[in-house]
Design a protein around this ligand. Sequence first.
Ligand SMILES: Nc1ncnc2c1ncn2[C@@H]1O[C@H](COP(=O)(O)OP(=O)(O)OP(=O)(O)O)[C@@H](O)[C@H]1O
Length: 584
Amino acid sequence: MQESKNQHSWREFFKLIFKSKLPWHLYIAGFVAAILSTTLSLGLPLVMQQIMAGKIFDSEIVKKYILLSSIAISLAAVSAFFVSITGPVTKRNIQRTLWDKLIRMPMRQYKKQPSQQLISRVTQDTSFIDQVIDYFKMLVVSSYGMIGSFVIMYNMNVKLTLALLPVIPYILIVTAVVGHFTQKTQHGVQEQFAGITAFFAERLPRVRLIKSFGKEQKEIDDANYILREQYKAEKKRAYVDLFAEPLMQSVQAIIQGTVLLYGAYLVSKGEMKVSQVISFFMYVAFIHNSVLKYGLFWQMLKQAKGASEKISSILDTNSEEMKKQVSMEEVQKKAGGDLRLENVSFSYEDKNILSNINFTIPEGKFTAIVGPSGGGKSTILNLLERFYDPNVGRILMGNQPVDEIHLDEWRKSISYVSQSSPLLSGTIRDNITYGIDREVSDEEVRIAAEMADALEFIDEFPEGLDTEVGEFGSQLSGGQRQRIAIARAFIKDTRYLILDEATASLDARSENEVENSLKDIMVGRTTIMVAHDLNAVKHADQIIVIDSGKVNGIGNHEELFANNPLYRRLAEIQQEKDSRLAIL
Ligand SMILES: Nc1ncnc2c1ncn2[C@@H]1O[C@H](COP(=O)(O)OP(=O)(O)OP(=O)(O)O)[C@@H](O)[C@H]1O
């Protein structure tokens, strides 16, 4: 079982590498430069051997040494440059692939992982992949250098080379043990880091909530706790370093000691020259450096494998399918624009929300959806926008199932204004024209703003349409944000208008202004409005009462007031509320 999981994750790793269109030409260029540099470096101890053997005054040999080392260093620099270039290109390509997938995932998928985790997939995990490819290149080059060193050493002196062989198992064990513990503790540090990022990223945008409940000290204590955990993880890593460093040094001491002591013995026996021992010494330093890279590569590979599993779990999800067989225009010509929910049932995961819903939303008319909180009204809007598909039943436009219509055209035919219309950071103009694919003139933006009752406050800002709205529109009031969203809906000029409690969070004056703006925009459009304030829907052509995921009644205000006890009760509550407000 464990083995098949392991094989699976390696498959994910290679799948990701090949999917991400990596800059192979740059990798190959860097690899060739590194191999050439290593080849020249392998020749250096031999030239040094000649110099140490008495040719110090032979200018040709000295020149050769300087030339060889200069070229080797330059090629190593070129190779390092390619590493610096390939890393960011690889990371960028993987991030692009990932973002492309993330933004096209169906809504259900976003619920499966908190957004903080998704962010660290794109920012943190992608870095491991490019690092491991670089390390792999380094490993191949180091192996080549090691084999080359052994071959040269073997030709120089068989006895001294063979004397190094018993050290190899020790080197392998030390590298594996150090690699294992370093990787484990490093993983712990990264986990803590991800937790801390998530903690701060969640708290900072909600600082208002924290302050209003006076919970600053609790948040400081919570932060102290996770920062302490981070410190503990880092301390563990420091302890591992404490043992790792001497162990790795002992590898160096053993191989260098073997060369020096046994080399000195062979010199005393006349079987080797001192210059050869020096040359040997240089080769074992080369081998020692390569061994260190093996240890690091193993750690990197494990991290990259874990990261690629997580990234692949996102890449393997299905994207929303945008193009289906029928275009919106065709359907409309053939079947008109009435929307019909036919035996629709729906659940989020295993929680049943809607049961056997049937109703029609007539084209060009005003339909309101009302009912007690949690009954499923917004869920119906989610289904109409096709953020989710019904589990049972279907939604039709005319007599055409909407899931057969191009999804991008469908969504573009709907303007949606909700209780807290989200804005993106940027200017007021950027936000009013967001999602509009054509060129929009300032004149047009101003007309839309005027119709949404937004122009007056926009002109009060010194920067006018160029005013920055801040993160999530934080520089504007709730009412201002709503009116920007309505101006956007005016410009979008869509067939369908969906309003979900569009005025619920506003004060009486803003509510009045926004309602007036909405009245203008609703003219001639199929409007579906969810509202708790029954005054806002009294004049609807049709009101649908939803209770506990079922249709409780359909009719206009008068009909429902006369025949539907739930609606009458809601209307009476509304009247009581209105009269209380009138007294105040
Ligand atoms: N994304 C979601 N995942 C899981 N459950 C959800 C999700 N959205 C809503 N629900 C649940 O579905 C039920 C219906 O919610 P919905 O928002 O559709 O009700 P509503 O009638 O619009 O309520 P309100 O009038 O309070 O806005 C609620 O019990 C809610 O907890």
